[in-house]
Design a protein around this ligand. Structure first.
Ligand SMILES: [Zn+2]
Length: 162
């Protein structure tokens, strides 16, 4: 079995203006990507990725290191009420990051794009997020999805596998 931390932030998340994020999501978000890479390797991770907010700069900074791939934590919105949700998206190409930047203003368009391109994704920290709690059931009710609590029991990850 391979180990990989699928939800971790570098200093490139620090510029988020979202107070919920600052409070719950990245208490140690000042880390340089290369330092983060070294720390994760030390902790025994086989693969390394960084899920910064709507940004892949951290991933690109470590892209020449072995065993890395590009991911991000996408801020997306429900069109009917502008409610916000955060998706973790893994294993993308830089061009797909550009596409995601366009589609993320509408969660339904974003989901369609992710499904069509078979990009693995999941809801980030839904139980910390005001809107995540509200919508996790909707995600989990879709086809090819399962939901399970994380190991700490404080967060529910709803997996939407393509
Ligand atoms: Zn996060």
């Amino acid at each position: 079995m391979s180990r990989c931390d699928l939800h971790i932030h570098s200093k490139f998340s620090a510029r988020s203006g979202d107070w919920l994020f600052r409070r719950f999501d990245f208490p140690d978000s000042c880390t340089e990507p290369l330092d983060l890479y070294a720390q994760l390797r030390e902790r025994g991770m086989d693969f390394i990725t960084i899920t910064d907010h709507d940004c892949i700069d951290g991933c690109l900074a470590i892209a020449d290191k072995p065993q890395t791939f590009i991911s991000e934590q996408v801020t997306t919105y429900f069109p009917q009420d502008s409610c916000k949700l955060h998706l973790l998206v893994w294993g993308i190409a830089p061009a797909q990051h550009q596409d995601i930047s366009v589609f993320r203003s509408n969660i339904f368009e974003l989901q369609k794009y992710l499904a069509e391109n078979r990009i693995a994704h999941a809801i980030a920290h839904p139980l910390y997020s005001v809107n995540g709690k509200q919508y996790v059931a909707m995600f989990a009710g879709g086809r090819n999805t399962t939901a399970a609590p994380n190991t700490h029991g404080d967060s529910l990850y709803a997996w939407a596998l393509p």
